[in-house]
Design a protein around this ligand. Sequence first.
Ligand SMILES: NC(=O)c1ccc[n+]([C@@H]2O[C@H](COP(=O)([O-])OP(=O)(O)OC[C@H]3O[C@@H](n4cnc5c(N)ncnc54)[C@H](OP(=O)(O)O)[C@@H]3O)[C@@H](O)[C@H]2O)c1
Length: 220
Amino acid sequence: MTPKRVCIIGGSGKLGLYMVQHALDRGCEVVAVCRAQSVAKLDKFRDRITIHPGATDDRAVIEQAVKGCDGVLTVLVPWGVHGYATGTAQAVLDYAEPHARLIFSCGWHISLDGKDVYSWQLRLFVRVFGWLARALRFADLDDQIEACRRIFTSDRRWTVVRGSNLEEGDSEGLPLWSHHVGDPILARNLTRRVDFALFMVNALEDDSLVRTAPAIVGCK
Ligand SMILES: NC(=O)c1ccc[n+]([C@@H]2O[C@H](COP(=O)([O-])OP(=O)(O)OC[C@H]3O[C@@H](n4cnc5c(N)ncnc54)[C@H](OP(=O)(O)O)[C@@H]3O)[C@@H](O)[C@H]2O)c1
């Protein structure tokens, strides 16, 4: 069943804007959370959505925004070194309605069961980028790992959608997915961002994805 009211946390980002459009296309009532300085990025939707300005790890903002929502789409981002992604995830887990479908975004580097098989390039990138980002206090990949650990151990109706490398461009259709990175179906390692958003919104209605972490890739 299509959720009637959907909250999009991180609605002003590139992925978030596509999710707002997909959710409106499905006739959902949309509530978006985004940083105060980014509200203008949602201007083209302004008369059709409700906006809650604030940091996406602000528990009071999240508590208000998710009230009455049957679905919550969350862009998990590990900015800074103070547990931003973990704060976001925990607030959603704590305050979303008990019946709500909770869909979170992250990358292939997150593993649900340790059975993913990663290329040396991806392992090297995560190690080098992770070290550099933390050294510069720009981002903390361990924060996103901790956020997902909390989601994976919760008894909520969650799905963690793991994105491949992303590119802009017109939709190619609903991405393909697998439970594990390393599956030949994922060899292309590239997804249109608009289709990542489509998969997130589609997951709201797909109960077979409850408590799974699909790794996705473009369908072409
Ligand atoms: N980029 C990739 O290649 C890639 C690959 C796989 C998976 N993913 C996943 O896809 C999702 C979206 O990532 P994206 O790269 O496409 O970016 P995005 O959609 O533009 O999202 C970035 C988000 O971070 C917020 N943000 C930016 N700077 C911030 C700061 N200093 N403090 C707090 N929030 C800040 C943005 O909000 P504002 O609008 O307020 O700036 C926006 O909501 C993430 O979950 C990511 O892990 C990305």
